[in-house]
Design a protein around this ligand. Structure first.
Ligand code: GTP
Ligand code: MG
Length: 373
């Protein structure tokens, strides 16, 4: 169930729609063939009015139909739309298109009648001209909505694609602690790169599959890695959206401080994140295990167990030992790929606890094609 508003087609602007409608209308009129001059002009004027109105109304209706109705959108999407463009505006501008389409068709109907009822060609031309004038003025009223929708589309298509029905692991921590490297190392296939419209930073979304269920891993750059008090309303709303979708939060802590943020500050950030995402299970993970001095005691043991599991085809859900740092926290090295498989299995276990009645725990042998890519 990928959300379609991320693949919304281009929204044509006022001038583009008018040009398209009037030029098609002219072509339609040029195709009219009748040896009787009055009949010919009547047909031509009628075609012009009807074609122009149809093209505009259809263009509007297509837009209204392809933009998902908010009533049927998942909560995450609604929160994101609200944070990024505003739900009220979203509704208003789509309804303007609906209104405009109706108006334009009415105008065509009325002027068409005038064209049919008269026998004088100059009155037919007048009725056509009048229709074009009225249609243009409706377009001027709808214009700002088209502009708004076109800009909203640019904003919305940059958002991460998250499937609400699948487990989602939110990965956070101070800048440079290794969030993206972790997601990349754990993901099968390529990561998607997106943006939150209000930050310039890249968000990575990765996936891995385990027993036919796809797990999503989402980065949070610029969203959670700043002190609480410096955040604006938009960011808070986006965070609320994350809370809706997160099955598990991983908080990465760089003990080596190679990231540039002192440990103490990272601890403060952790407290903030706990406050921001209170309803979500949180797991603290030490990153960059390879930089720890000394190396974690069970480095070799974990490395060997993971290697063996991979050699055997990564089947089942063994209790691989977790790599532990001196404080007893789970750790891993994304660059050396040690502690990663055991981490993946731990994530699967934690998500299961967080989603006890998971409707997606499909019976053995059940096949969902979209999960097996
Ligand atoms: N030695 C070592 N370096 C790592 C590891 N993971 C990440 N790094 C390095 O740490 C730096 C930051 O990694 P990123 O994955 O970009 O960190 P990030 O948290 O996504 O950073 P932002 O998105 O800017 O907040 C890069 O230079 C990585 O190569 C690791 O496991 N070991
Ligand atoms: Mg990153």
């Amino acid at each position: 169930m990928k959300v379609s508003w991320r693949k919304l087609p281009t929204v044509l602007l006022e001038e583009e729609i008018l040009d398209k409608a009037f030029s098609r209308a002219k072509k339609a009129a040029d195709r009219v063939d009748d040896s009787d001059r009055v009949f010919r002009v009547r047909k031509q004027m009628n075609r012009m009015v009807q074609t122009a109105a149809d093209i505009i109304a259809t263009t509007f209706q297509d837009t209204v139909n392809t933009w998902p109705s908010l009533d049927q959108s998942p909560q995450f999407d609604i929160s994101m739309i609200d944070a990024c463009v505003g739900c009220d505006d979203y509704r208003h501008h789509l309804s303007m298109l609906q209104w405009g389409g109706k108006q334009v068709l009415n105008i065509a109907g009325q002027n068409s009648k005038k064209i049919v009822r008269t026998g004088r060609t100059e009155l037919m031309h007048d009725a056509r001209r009048e229709a074009y004038g009225r249609i243009s003025s409706i377009m001027r009223r709808v214009g700002p909505s088209l502009t708004w929708l076109s800009q909203a589309r640019e904003t919305l298509k940059r958002l991460p694609t998250i499937d609400q029905l699948l487990p989602c692991i939110v990965v956070c921590g101070a800048p440079n602690v290794g969030k993206s490297a972790f997601i990349s190392a754990l993901s099968s296939g390529n990561m998607e790169v997106n943006h939150y419209p209000f930050t310039t930073k890249q968000i990575h979304v990765g996936h891995f599959n385990h027993r036919r269920l796809q797990y999503q891993l989402v980065d949070t750059p610029g969203l959670l890695d700043r002190p609480l008090e410096k955040r604006n309303a938009i960011e808070l709303q986006a965070i609320a959206a994350l809370e809706n979708i997160g099955s598990l939060v991983l908080f990465l802590m760089d003990e080596s401080e190679a990231c540039g943020t002192p440990i103490e500050e990272q601890e403060h950030l952790l407290e903030d994140v706990q406050k921001l995402l209170p309803g979500t299970d949180l797991m603290i993970v030490t990153s960059k295990a390879d930089l720890l001095k000394p190396l974690p005691e069970n480095w070799d043991e974990v490395h060997a167990a993971e290697q063996e599991w991979r050699d055997e085809g990564s089947e089942g859900e063994p209790e691989l030992p977790l790599l532990c740092d001196p404080k007893g926290r789970v750790t891993m090295s994304a660059t050396e790929f040690v502690g990663m498989d055991s981490m993946r299995l731990e994530i699967v276990r934690r998500v299961k606890v967080a989603r006890p009645n998971n409707p997606l725990e499909l019976p053995e042998g059940w096949y969902r094609r979209d999960l097996d890519q």
